[in-house]
Unconditional design. Structure first.
Length: 147
């Protein structure tokens, strides 16, 4: 990294709390990740659905940093800025739910594809309940008789 950063930096104030609660190695990884993003050397994976326009970077297998590359305010030195929305664990989609909540977005619990995969097929019709019939070889003992 040499020269000036390509982008400005803006951070949601709650990210400071995220970083204070994160383990020290995650804090270090987040700062290293931010510097590579600010200098334009790396980009995160694009998110879809409700969080379209945001990117996610894996800090380790369990933690994610979510940011957005957006136009900077007019008085800033850079034309674009990196807006950091969250640094949180990925477990149970915590980081993505937090971003949606912080931005006031209604997070859809399922993508359209996942919803379609879990939905019942319209081609399936309701089948009648099976009739239970005793097998011909089975004998049903009559009460009061012994064998």
């Amino acid at each position: 990294m040499s020269g000036e950063p390509r982008f400005g930096l803006a951070v949601d104030p709650r990210v400071v709390d995220d970083l204070m609660l994160a383990p020290p190695e995650i804090r270090t990884a987040a700062l290293e990740c931010l510097s590579t993003v600010l200098y334009g050397e790396a980009q995160g994976k694009e998110l879809g659905g409700t969080l379209a326009g945001y990117r996610s970077v894996a800090l380790d297998p369990r933690w994610r940093l979510v940011y957005q590359l957006r136009p900077a305010p007019p008085a800033q030195q850079h034309a674009r800025e990196v807006f950091v929305a969250a640094v949180r664990p990925r477990a149970r989609f915590d980081v993505y739910t937090a971003v949606a909540s912080r931005l006031g977005l209604d997070r859809q619990p399922l993508s359209a594809l996942a919803h379609a995969a879990r939905a019942r097929s319209p081609q399936v019709t309701k089948l009648p309940a099976p009739r239970l019939v005793p097998l011909p070889s089975a004998t049903i003992p009559v009460k009061g008789t012994t064998r």
